[in-house]
Design a protein around this ligand. Structure first.
Ligand code: BTN
Length: 337
């Protein structure tokens, strides 16, 4: 029998956690706790036990009160949303311990009218998917597996920039929180020294009457060690833990990712597409290199000269002619030999 995956229960009431967080590592007296939450002693004890069973390490002392010592390494809504000041993305966050794919969950939510900016996280996926029908694999509790519902009212020719926008936001969030500088391989791969660290998947469906709905999926390899990846994958992929030499705070990265996404998505919605092109140029390692580019079954050899937000990738072919390749269905690879 299969059980329907259910999201992590909310750790309400919010006052309780907020109160513990304001003095993290220190005692909060029972009187302070009861004043902040309005809970009776019995209800307080129940809530504390509930938090402890969710992985929070909370010390309890009959005279001194409670002290929050550790937060679980889980992308719990309460933790990701703490201190987040976005207006659109991440106002609703739902986290699953395990689900088929956060894309599936987000589509179900979108269909039932979930608000724009709703974020779905999973600690593990059984059918994670990437672009071009590929699978997305990540051991549980070690990555950021996230989908966001978007209902952008933007010009049709800017829609294909959603992928790039999300990749830029992810690269920015990673750099801010871990100091690791990633490159963007057209159009959706986050790479570090030619190895894949993360990817973006954008799906669209005509759910709205006028505007299509998009679900944006982001997968990042965070706390995977070299042994967490099979040998063939290890040659092609990497993680922030491997790059930085130590485990990283997934909650902090997820929060930064939501903030960056809100900022870059705002630029896209405002039509400021040159900012997006500039950000890509700064992170485009293949700019100016000889490459093999494939689109719709045709291969082109040449050099990527630039990216035009409205036209696409600008390529100088080997014979000197200029070719502009529109859209995202472009595969770029380094030429061997
Ligand atoms: C790619 O590089 O091909 C895109 C990978 C996108 C993976 C993420 S993980 C969260 C979300 N759920 C999925 O099933 N896929 C995306």
């Amino acid at each position: 029998m299969t059980r329907k995956p259910s999201p992590h229960p909310s750790t309400q009431p919010p006052g309780l956690l907020a109160c513990l967080h304001t003095k993290r590592g220190y005692w909060v007296t029972l009187t302070q706790m009861r004043a902040a939450t309005g809970l009776s002693q019995h209800a307080l004890d129940k809530q504390i036990a509930h938090l402890q069973s969710a992985g929070y390490v909370i010390e309890c002392h009959p005279r001194l009160g409670y002290a929050l010592m550790e937060v679980p390494d889980r992308l719990l809504p309460d933790e990701v949303q703490r201190g987040l000041n976005t207006r659109l993305i991440g106002r609703e966050v739902i986290t699953f311990e395990r689900t088929s794919s956060t894309m599936d969950v987000a589509w179900r939510l979108a269909q039932s009218g979930a608000r724009e900016g709703t974020v779905v996280f999973a600690e593990a996926q059984t059918q994670g998917r990437g672009r071009m029908g590929r699978a997305w694999l990540c051991p549980e509790h070690s990555g950021i597996l996230m989908s966001v519902i978007l209902r952008p009212h933007i010009r049709v020719e800017h829609v294909s920039l959603l992928t790039l926008t999300a990749a830029i936001a992810a690269a920015e969030a990673i750099q801010k929180t871990t100091s690791v500088v990633t490159h963007i391989k057209w159009p959706n791969d986050l790479v570090l020294k030619d190895k894949k660290l993360g990817g973006v998947l954008v799906e669209a469906r005509p759910l709205g009457r006028r505007w299509p709905v998009f679900v944006l999926g982001i997968g990042l390899n965070v706390n995977l060690g070299a042994t967490d990846m099979p040998g063939d994958i290890r040659r092609l992929a990497t993680s922030l833990q491997i790059a930085a030499g130590r485990r990283q705070d997934r909650i902090e990265i997820a929060r930064a990712l939501i903030s960056s996404l809100e900022a870059w998505y705002g630029l896209l919605r405002d039509g400021k597409v040159e900012h997006i092109a500039d950000a890509w140029r700064e992170r485009a390692p293949l700019l100016g290199q000889r490459l093999l580019v494939e689109k719709d079954g045709t291969q082109y050899r040449g050099t990527i000269l630039d990216f035009s937000p409205t036209d696409g990738l600008v390529l100088r072919l080997e014979g000197g002619a200029i070719k502009v390749l529109r859209g995202e269905q472009v595969v770029v690879s380094q030429e061997n030999g």
